[in-house]
Structures are given as structure tokens and as C-alpha cells.
Ligand binder design. Structure first.
Ligand code: ZN
Length: 202
């Protein structure tokens, strides 16, 4: 059984490789986990990017299934981006909510990126789980997997990677009292390529 102390997940299966440049202030609570794929061939590619700061996630699972912790669990990282409307995607909006969402999403007088930003701001005013998780209340897990630009698909998550993911998700779910309903694939909640982490299982 792993332990969490001072933002570190302590277990022999986890190697600490913290990049403080991707840590963006205090993460006050963890309500959800978001599963990503890196879009790069090797873990080193992502580590090089993390060393420069900017976007990042809390964990990385490499091709061999090794688990690295790359940010403290009590620090925010930028891994989610702008979120979709949960009630809209799940078709459970109230009449008023649906009006708000469609007014933003189909506003032809604004550019698509502007609409996505406006929708994010509108969603952010809701609290989880009424909206999808955001950087302020979730941990990100990256799985190393390349992106094929021509085919617009991510490579499949391997069995050994999924086995590490299952263990990691179970440990984090236990520490933060979250359920499998609180674990999301990135494209499910944000406007990303649908195949990202599509073959991940936990
Ligand atoms: Zn992602």
C-alpha cells in the first residue's frame, strides 16, 4: 500500500522525478483524475519539455510501464485546458443550462476558440461534479504514446502500461476518496483528439 506525504506518493513502484517548473501554485483539492497520452515516442521527450516548464501532469507512465511522479500532488499543473460542458455532452442540461451552452457554442459572431474559452469560463463557475474536472481540482496522468499526424491517432496503450495505470488509479482513488466515475480520458472533457488515451483502461 502506498502512502502520501507532503505531496509525494511513496511506493517502490513510483520513481520521483519532480519538475518544479510545471507546478503552478497550490492544488487545494483532488476530485478527479485525467488520463492523457503524451504524443511523443519516449518519456525523455516529455521530461525535456517539463524541464523547460509550461504544461505538464503529475505522473508519467513510460513504455516499459514504469511510473514517475513529475509534480507534487498538492500542486496544480496545466494539463486539462478548456473544458466541454458536462451537462451538454451527457445530455442532462436543464432548459436554462442548455440555453446558456448553445448560445455560447453556436454564436456565429465569435471565432471557435473564443467560443471554447467562453464556454470554459461559464463551466468554471459550476462546482465539480456538475462540471468536468479542471486544473484546480484534478491530477493528470500521462502515458507515453506517439501521435501519428497523418492518421490523426495515438498509438495503443500497451498491456503493461494499462496494468501500471490500473494500480496508480486505484492507489490515488483510495488516497483521495474518489471513484472510477471521477476518472476521465482527456478528450472526453476537453476539445482534444478523440483517440488520446482511448485504449487506456483502469
Ligand atoms: Zn491530454
Amino acid at each position: 500500500m502506498s502512502a502520501v506525504k507532503a505531496g509525494i506518493l511513496t511506493d517502490k513502484r513510483v520513481t520521483q522525478k519532480i519538475y518544479s517548473g510545471i507546478e503552478k501554485g497550490i492544488l487545494k483539492k483532488v476530485d478527479a483524475l485525467v488520463i492523457h497520452q503524451t504524443g511523443a515516442l519516449t518519456a525523455q521527450h516529455t521530461f525535456n519539455s517539463y524541464a523547460k516548464g509550461g504544461h505538464g501532469a503529475h505522473f508519467l507512465i513510460d513504455k516499459a510501464g514504469n511510473i514517475f511522479q513529475t509534480a507534487h500532488l498538492d500542486k496544480k499543473t496545466y494539463h486539462v485546458g478548456k473544458v466541454r460542458s458536462k451537462c451538454y455532452e451527457l445530455k442532462v442540461c436543464s432548459k436554462a443550462q442548455l440555453q446558456t451552452v448553445t448560445k455560447i457554442l453556436f454564436n456565429k459572431s465569435k471565432s471557435y476558440p473564443a467560443r471554447v474559452s467562453e464556454l470554459h469560463s461559464s463551466e468554471k463557475a459550476k462546482s465539480y461534479p456538475d462540471r468536468y474536472p479542471i486544473n484546480e481540482d484534478s491530477l493528470g496522468i500521462e502515458i507515453v504514446g506517439n501521435y501519428n499526424v497523418k492518421a490523426k491517432t495515438y498509438e495503443a496503450v500497451s498491456a503493461i502500461q494499462n496494468s501500471s495505470l490500473q494500480w496508480l488509479v486505484a492507489e490515488l482513488a483510495n488516497h483521495f476518496s474518489i471513484t472510477t466515475a471521477d476518472v476521465y480520458r482527456h478528450p472526453e472533457i476537453s476539445y482534444k483528439m478523440a483517440s488520446e488515451a482511448s485504449s487506456a483502461s483502469w
